[in-house]
Design a protein around this ligand. Sequence first.
Ligand code: AMP
Ligand code: ZN
Length: 438
Amino acid sequence: MGVLPFHPDSCADFLTSDELHRIQLHRLQTVVRASYEHVPLTRQRMQERGVKPEHIRSLADIAALPFMQKTDLRDTYPYGLFARPMSDIVRLHASSGTTGKPIIVGYTRDDLNVWTSVMARTFSAVGLNQHDVIQNAFGYSLFTGGLGAHYGAEALGATVIPISGGNTERQIMVMQDFGVTAICSTPSYFLHLVEAVEASGRGFGNLNLKTGVFGAEPWTDSMRAHIQSRTGIKAYDIYGLTEIIGPGVATECEQQAGMHVFEDHFLMEIVDPKTGKTLADGEEGELVLTTLSKQAIPMIRFRTHDITSIITEPCACGRTIRRIRRITHRCDDMMIIRGVNVFPSQIEAALLEVEPTLPHYQIVLSRKEGLDQMEVRIEVTEAMFRDKVSALEQLQKRMEHAIEHVVGLRVNVRLVEPRSIARSEGKAKRVVDQRKEG
Ligand code: AMP
Ligand code: ZN
């Protein structure tokens, strides 16, 4: 059987702008009405501003609607933003919140169908089809990466290997023996695999691998160049976030020149992160997304905290859905470590639980053999410093344990001498990021 150039669902990537805008407006009106009727927080905020669903007559009218934030999910934990009864919810996922509790998102059957569809369009855009064998090394868990990529790859008709993250030796064995042609993972984990393959004396030359689909954390064009030249594969950037759907919000195409946003499902705006004012196309600012078709948790004007800009020129691939530039950083203090979201506030809370009068600490991020490492340096007080070594060791272990318990990552705690962490005049510099590219 011949191969279609695209998955049938990819038709929506090529709509005329008139068609796209008609679909967007109709969906926006529907989602705003559903939120107004079923989500008390949204209704209350719209009422405070005197906005009613019928006031949304054009796409530009979205600017009248209030923003939503990650903290809204935290404050209404667990199900306060759900617009559908639990009997309609067929799946839950979760992601780190700013405190110890995660944020929870739900999906209806239709939501899962949309997710599968945008992920099939993602794989199709990077040139994959039913002849591909895809090793899915995104984590299968509460994290959206694993299952999101899984169902998209199946819908594409490709062969999926649900290996999940970790276990590097097995990943390499599978890549080699199963004839893997494409892999999905975080870019840093793939770099770790590359180093492990090279360390074992094997090369990429005799593997079938030709495509990498990487996302869930920031990376750079120079990291891409590094990956591509060492492995001979083409490495693509994909973008998504739990609050909106998971992976499948935006993807690069074979041009590797910015990520096409699936605008028929996600309406994008770029705003000034400080004032919230809408910026013109092409200007850099915070990406704000509205889910146009999501039923379980409609997100209206969600502040992603991701910094990017809209590419206004048409793409050589012919897709009409617009692109955003690579996301290199966030405008809040969320760190992404081995694909896991971590806030300094979580670390602080964990440390305070162990030692209520904690003075100064600093989080140092580095990269070793392609893997992110986190060290938390903590100044001990003079009194503690005079304690027995064994007491200090115990304190260190307890702190490591407390942090691991809250953020789910193993970290190194290093107790340092009093006054050895540099003081700053203004805000304390809590995070030192020494992760180098590549
Ligand atoms: P999560 O909800 O745990 O999947 O985390 C979503 C966050 O991961 C986003 O808001 C971004 O900050 C980050 N992220 C996901 N994909 C990318 C990407 N391709 N480039 C940069 N950051 C990304
Ligand atoms: Zn393109």
